[in-house]
Ligand binder design. Structure first.
Ligand code: SF4
Length: 378
């Protein structure tokens, strides 16, 4: 499965060493202080090293610094309603858009979810695509600079996919995506070219340098697309890689395991229940916690507070200190997280309702809103 730009997808817990391998073995570079300080107000995700590695981000920023317009591509595979983890990369993309005044392209890969059997029909994927687009518009992307499209509904994508498919052999696709057996359908194979077309569309259309914010395990597909770009005579897209955020149970967040994450459509009660059973680094008893302190380094509640609630590093460090010293009890942290997420979800839902009024202005093609989505927002 290879939806780029999402935080979902790692089927196993990613180890610290895997993060390092991307740099030590696969030639990505660390995001260093020089890059971070080139932004006016660096995002907390950069400061806390959630986005930690890149390919050609320095060249990309130089291009922007020289006054040339740039673009960002960040896709979403519409196979379900979104959970809060899905928003992380898009919040970062929105911040990058504001910092760099970049055009943002958001492909909704209904084709991918269909050929990989994650949805029963293209229509079902379309319904999720519209729902997911509303969630993303609700993050505040700029109208006129942000372009969504459902992959099968934009004819330019088909044209570009066919053009790029000449530079992609079956063997390369098989090796990159680990395809095995005789049951692989031909849509899966062709989708490799479609994904490259999603990434290279702004370059093919307007000659723009593209940046792809992406989860680190998606790097093989990024390398493949960079290779195709060179062969097809396009500028190689840059990439910025994120680490994974733990699921509440400490497994990866997954739409098929609701207890691992908080969905944007979850009720207040669902949120409290899920956070209450989340994995912590706390001690078994209050007495031990007060005496020995907790361990924020393994605590999912602390990790989520950092990503979703705390605004700066100082607050994060102070919280970790209080945890270690035994000043804090896990119940307090869980309440803080649940209250923060419930507020965040309520605000998000209000913005999503507003997004319904303007969604057609964000799409590169005509759209219709499925009845199901309208009902969901009532
Ligand atoms: Fe985690 Fe808070 Fe418990 Fe520390 S006190 S282990 S930060 S939940």
């Amino acid at each position: 499965m290879f939806t780029f730009g999402a935080t979902e997808g790692a089927q196993e817990l990613v180890k610290k060493s895997d993060y390092e391998r991307l740099i030590n073995e696969f030639g990505a570079k660390s995001i260093d202080d020089e890059i971070i300080s080139s932004f006016r107000k660096p995002h907390k995700f950069l400061l806390m090293k959630l986005f930690y590695a890149h390919r050609d981000l320095d060249l990309y920023l130089k291009e922007r610094l020289n006054g040339r317009p740039v673009s960002i591509v960040s896709g979403r595979g519409p196979s379900n309603y979104m959970h809060i983890g899905h928003l992380v990369i898009f919040e970062f993309v929105k911040w990058l858009q504001d910092e760099l005044d970049a055009e943002v392209y958001i492909p909704l890969s209904d084709d991918e979810k269909y050929v990989f059997g994650k949805v029963k029909s293209l229509d079902q994927a379309y319904t999720y695509a519209v729902d997911n687009a509303l969630d993303l518009i609700a993050l505040g992307f700029k109208e006129g600079k942000t372009f969504f499209f459902v992959s099968t509904r934009l004819s330019e994508i088909y044209e570009l996919s066919v053009t790029l498919s000449r530079y992609l052999t079956f063997n390369t696709v098989r090796a990159t995506f680990g395809l095995e057996g005789e049951g692989v359908n031909s849509g899966v194979v062709f989708y490799a070219a479609v994904q490259a077309a999603h990434i290279l569309l702004p370059t093919a259309k307007k000659g723009l340098f593209v940046l792809v914010p992406i989860a680190m395990d998606q790097d093989p597909y990024m390398r493949l697309t960079r290779d195709i770009a060179v062969k097809a005579g396009f500028k190689k897209p840059a990439a910025v890689y994120s680490k994974y955020i733990s699921g509440l149970t400490r497994e990866p967040m997954s739409a098929s395991k609701p207890e691992t994450s908080v969905f944007l459509i979850d009720s207040e009660e669902d949120v409290r229940k899920k956070i209450w059973t989340a994995f912590t680094g706390g001690r078994p008893t209050v007495e031990e916690q007060r005496k020995f302190g907790g361990n924020p380094d393994i605590c999912v509640v602390y990790e989520w507070l950092k990503v979703f609630i705390f605004k700066d590093l100082k607050t994060m460090d102070e919280h970790a200190r209080k945890c270690r010293s035994g000043e804090l009890l896990c119940g307090e942290c869980k309440r803080m997280l649940a209250d923060g997420l419930i507020k965040k979800l309520a605000e998000h839902k209000a913005r999503k309702k507003q997004a319904l009024k303007v969604i057609d202005r964000f799409f590169l093609h005509e759209i219709e809103i499925p009845e199901e989505i309208i009902k969901l927002l009532e």
